[in-house]
Design a protein around this ligand. Structure first.
Ligand code: SAH
Ligand code: SF4
Length: 437
């Protein structure tokens, strides 16, 4: 039985002072006060996969590459890792044998482990990924990542955190408690895993029978940060990962094909625009504060008016770069004609697209998806007001891969963890369990 453990957020006090009033106001919005930003340093060889140019430079310097060669060596490694998808240092034919050996002794090119792959009837693929262990008691954090192929594009839905600190009442991930931020390399590595699994590297082919775009482009042509977690609560790492994913000499994804979705972390939105320059999606879901307070509790901190002002101020906003507003269709909750008309009124003046998402049910939820006629009627009102209002076809429902259904297997440990916590056993103790869990 392998010793195993999972990551758990260190519940450290907030860095800034929080008044009693604030604390009361925030209660119920977030499950943890602050996340641990990085996993503890792992013993043994670290993988170079997912690292930024700066980080690679440090790793090369650490094995003795002289300063004058660093830039050239970084460029070589960059090409092999991110353009060719190299899995071994031996493949790097233009890197001298001496350096290849030194690199192999100090580092690896390992990816997060693919614990499971599920393929939906509609071709959607969901991977459960395990991050490298960060210590003897850590089995490695688990996250989910979903690939949605269409004829002319392939969208990868990536996670930015293990679980989510927020508690949106209709979201499966919101019920998950164990959380830490993913590092930039762990976020970027999700794209490499997808390319590995899809055979999307020079000289490689997709698996037999796989559904991939047939337009001659990359199999992963778009990224959405709509997996587990709130990307704007992990912005530094998200910005770092976007830098790696969009680098022209490597993975080469246009920033206009990368969309970051937020539940509305208003103070971070300007930074996202300035530093990542990606497309923005807002999880709006309600047009009145009293309802949004319930669906997206972060609304109590940043109400609708403030959120929409931050949207109006989003850098680079134009008709060519519209903001996507996501609106989950919940039966009898937010789906009336009046809601649709208010939505249109609220968004006036903001270059916007509205994505109507049929609610994806998950075990234990109290919500239901609106009826199809209701969704069509809602969509019609929005459309007549001049907004594109596509209804997002649910994908991968049979494998729980659709929006808001993601929740990793780590969840199985939750009840046990709670029991042990309640009986005074440190949380870390819970994770020294076997794979049998
Ligand atoms: N935390 C970010 C990004 C991840 S959630 C955010 O909230 O925007 C990605 C999208 O899926 C969000 O719009 C979210 O509101 C939506 N979503 C969550 N649960 C859902 C469910 N059960 N059915 C449909 N959409 C859901
Ligand atoms: Fe977190 Fe987004 Fe789910 Fe809300 S909808 S709980 S912010 S992942």
């Amino acid at each position: 039985m392998a010793s195993a453990s999972l990551d758990i957020a260190k519940r450290t006090p907030r860095a800034t002072a929080v008044t009693a009033g604030d604390a009361a106001r925030l209660q119920g919005i977030e499950k943890t006060a602050e996340l641990r930003t990085e996993p503890a340093a792992a013993p043994g060889r670290r993988s170079l996969v997912g690292l930024t140019r700066e980080e690679l430079k440090d790793k090369l310097a650490a094995v003795g590459v002289p300063e004058r060669e660093l830039q050239m060596r970084v460029a070589q490694l960059w090409h092999w890792i991110y353009f060719r998808g190299a899995r071994a240092f031996e493949e790097m034919s233009n890197v001298g044998k001496g350096l290849r050996t030194a690199l192999a002794e100090a580092y690896t090119l390992e990816r997060p482990q693919v614990v499971s792959e599920q393929v939906s009837k509609d071709g959607t693929r969901k991977w459960l990924l395990r991050m490298p262990s960060t210590g003897p008691l850590d089995k490695g954090a688990e996250i989910e990542c979903v690939y949605i192929p269409e004829v002319d594009r392939g969208t990868l839905c990536v996670s930015s955190q293990v679980g989510c600190t927020l508690t949106c009442s209709f979201c499966h991930t919101g019920t998950q408690r164990l959380v830490r931020n993913l590092t930039a390399s762990e976020i970027a590595a999700q794209l490499l895993v997808a390319r590995d699994r899809l055979g999307d590297w020079p000289g490689k082919a997709p698996p037999e029978g796989a559904f991939v775009p047939s337009d001659g482009g990359r199999f992963v042509s778009n990224i959405v940060f709509m997996g587990m977690g709130e990307p704007l609560y992990n912005l530094d790492n998200v910005v770092g990962a976007i830098g790696v994913m969009s680098d022209n000499e490597g993975l080469g994804l246009s920033r206009r094909r990368i969309t970051v979705s937020t539940s509305g972390v208003v103070p971070q939105m300007a930074r996202l625009g300035a530093e990542a320059n990606t497309m923005l999606a807002i999880s709006l879901h309600a047009v009145r504060d009293d309802l949004r307070d319930v669906l997206v509790p972060l609304n109590r901190k940043y109400p609708i008016a403030e959120l929409l002002q931050a949207c109006r101020d989003y850098p680079g906003l134009s008709n060519a770069r519209r903001i996507t507003f996501e609106y989950v269709m919940l039966k009898g909750v937010n789906d009336s004609d009046a809601d649709a008309r208010e939505l249109v009124r609220l968004l006036k003046g903001i270059p916007a697209k509205i994505n109507l998402i049929p609610f994806n049910p998950w075990p234990g939820t109290k919500y239901e998806c609106s009826d199809w006629e209701r969704i069509e009627r809602f969509s019609e009102i929005v459309f007549r007001a001049g907004y594109a209002s596509p209804v997002r076809t649910p994908r991968g429902r049979d494998i729980l891969a659709a929006c808001g259904q993601l929740k990793s297997e780590t969840e199985k440990l939750r009840a046990r963890a709670r029991l042990m916590l309640e009986s005074g056993i440190g949380a870390e103790g819970v994770y020294a369990l076997g794979d049998a869990e």
